[in-house]
Design a binder for this molecule. Structure first.
Ligand code: NAD
Length: 491
């Protein structure tokens, strides 16, 4: 499918850093942006040095202190966020194509993500006018002469760092609540997929967001990311990415007790009981790890199937893998695109080779299709135990393990035997079992008889080493604001 002229014009632009409402040259060189389906450079963007990051933080600080954003009436802030949603909706095809050539995701994945992006902006626009404090009755003083007002205030300058797997969606899930609470933002997008963040800056400017409130510093993690985390001018870091980098960021933030929220990795279990509706469970289990080529933090990479239906489910999953239409994301009918980069494909294939070496049974896939682009075949392993690396670590690719189980206690102990606790799912027609198992699963998200149901109103976040804090829903407001208690004694 040909690219829109608007997308071509965007790719042809000289992309600088977005600081204080203007495009600025960087002192950190430039980043090549590749289309993962063709391996070709489609544009370059300015890469921020540590000095550039400090410039952006200073601009965000000035904007915050001036009150140009936090001082607006909540309805005015809400209007700007809502307008941003309208502008993205009006340019759906532009954003969909941009996300696809930048990340490689199939069109249907980009479309699904865009729908949530628009919802999140509108949901947060709605919340702006409902961020409330409260009045407390004192416990040790006369209630008629003393009152405490609890005010919910912004944190100040928020540094946001995002990964490449769902670039616009994850960015908006952070930026929208940060702005809703009255903060100003410096965003560092992932180095492999910086384009939609830069296009979002255009949208916010057109929607009327004052200069300096939303700044974008593309660049790599070690230079630009670290500089943002270490900056004394930043009050809070909101991070989505790997658990290893999340731990480093938490340690850095401890130095000056910066606030930090972390959305990290996962290795989600999916439990199919023999009484499940297999016509629904089998395609959903396949999609749960092959959608977006498994590059999803919630990908259900560990499938457990009750023994009575094990073979039927395995056959169904392998058949579903074989039916996927592989190709560039913009081609009609494609539902399985390339991985994001050559480096990431090497990482995925390294996991697969080691799993074979460790004695896991390869049921399908495990190969690189012979074509241009960073493709890797949908892959299914059986005969793994919780000691196998492929069962314990996040591959972040289209790789699933399948294991039979005999009873509920056994499968729960395996499902919970993980350092991660992001998402989980279970399939059964027994409502009591659904209730029991969903309470026993150690994860921030449980999907019952469904998978991957994301909603702007529903909190998403991890148990255990999958993170700190929640995104979406009203719960996210706590992570981008702070409480002030003002006590008045009247006499
Ligand atoms: P990553 O941790 O390598 O990078 C994420 C971001 O951090 C990038 O912008 C990168 O440049 C930056 N970064 C890297 N090193 C840094 C450092 N030392 N200091 C500051 N910033 C640094 O992760 P990735 O490969 O981009 O993304 C994949 C990971 O993200 C997976 O583990 C996945 O599960 C996780 N993820 C989690 C969620 C969630 O909601 N929990 C959502 C999507 C992705």
């Amino acid at each position: 499918m040909p690219l829109l002229n608007e997308v071509r014009a965007f790719l042809d632009r000289d992309h600088g850093l977005v600081i204080d409402g203007a495009s600025q040259a960087s002192t950190g060189g430039r980043l090549d942006v590749l289309d993962p389906a063709t391996e070709k450079v489609i544009t370059t963007v300015a890469a921020a040095s540590a000095v550039d990051v400090e410039d952006a933080v200073a601009a965000a600080r000035r904007a915050f202190e001036s009150g140009v954003w936090s001082g607006l009436a909540p309805t005015e802030r809400a209007t700007i966020l809502w307008r941003a949603a309208d502008l993205i909706e009006a340019r759906r095809e532009f954003f969909m194509q941009l996300e696809t050539v930048d990340n490689g995701m199939p069109r249907m994945v980009a479309e699904g993500g865009l729908a949530v992006v628009i919802d999140v902006l509108r949901y947060m626009a709605g919340l702006v006018t409902k961020i409330e404090g409260m009045t407390l009755t004192p416990s040790r003083r006369t209630p008629t002469t003393t009152a405490t007002s609890l005010l919910r205030e912004p944190l100040g300058v928020v540094g946001l760092i995002t990964p490449w797997n769902a670039p616009l969606l994850i960015t908006v899930e952070k930026v929208a609540p940060a702005l809703a609470c009255g903060n100003t933002v410096v965003l560092k997008p992932a180095e492999w997929t910086p384009l939609s963040a830069l296009a979002l800056a255009d949208v916010f400017a057109e929607a009327g967001l004052p200069a300096g409130v939303f700044n974008v510093v593309a660049g790599d993690g070690v230079t630009a990311g670290r500089a943002l985390v270490r900056s004394r001018g930043v009050n809070k870091i909101g991070f989505t990415g790997s658990t290893a980098v999340g731990k480093e960021i938490a340690r850095e933030c401890a130095t000056d007790l910066k606030r930090v929220s972390l959305e990290l990795g996962g290795k989600s279990p999916n439990l199919i009981f023999a009484d499940a509706d297999l016509d629904a469970a089998i395609p959903a289990a396949a999609a749960a790890v092959f959608r977006n080529q498994g590059q999803s933090c919630t990908a259900a990479a560990r499938l457990y199937v009750e023994r009575a239906t094990y073979q039927q489910v395995v056959d169904g999953i392998v058949a579903a893998a074989g039916r996927l239409t592989v190709g560039p994301g913009l081609e009609p009918g494609v539902d399985f695109g390339p991985l994001v980069s050559a480096e990431h494909r090497d990482r995925v294939s390294g996991y697969v080779e080691r799993a074979v070496g460790d004695g896991a049974a390869l049921l399908t896939g495990g190969t690189r299709p012979d074509r241009e682009g960073f493709f890797f075949a949908p892959t299914v392993f059986a005969e793994v135990t919780s000691q196998h690396q492929i069962q314990r670590e996040e591959v972040f690719g289209p790789v699933m393990t399948v294991t039979p189980f005999d009873d509920e206690g056994e499968v729960l102990s395996w499902a919970n035997d993980s350092e991660f606790g992001l998402a989980s799912s279970l399939w059964t027609s027994d409502i009591s079992r659904a209730n029991r198992v969903s309470r026993a699963l150690q994860a921030g998200v449980v999907w019952v008889n469904c998978f991957g149901v994301f909603d702007a109103a529903v909190p998403l976040g991890g148990y255990k080493q999958s993170g700190w804090g929640r995104e979406n829903g009203q719960a996210v407001i706590e992570t981008y604001s702070q409480l002030k208690a003002v006590t008045t004694v009247y006499g």
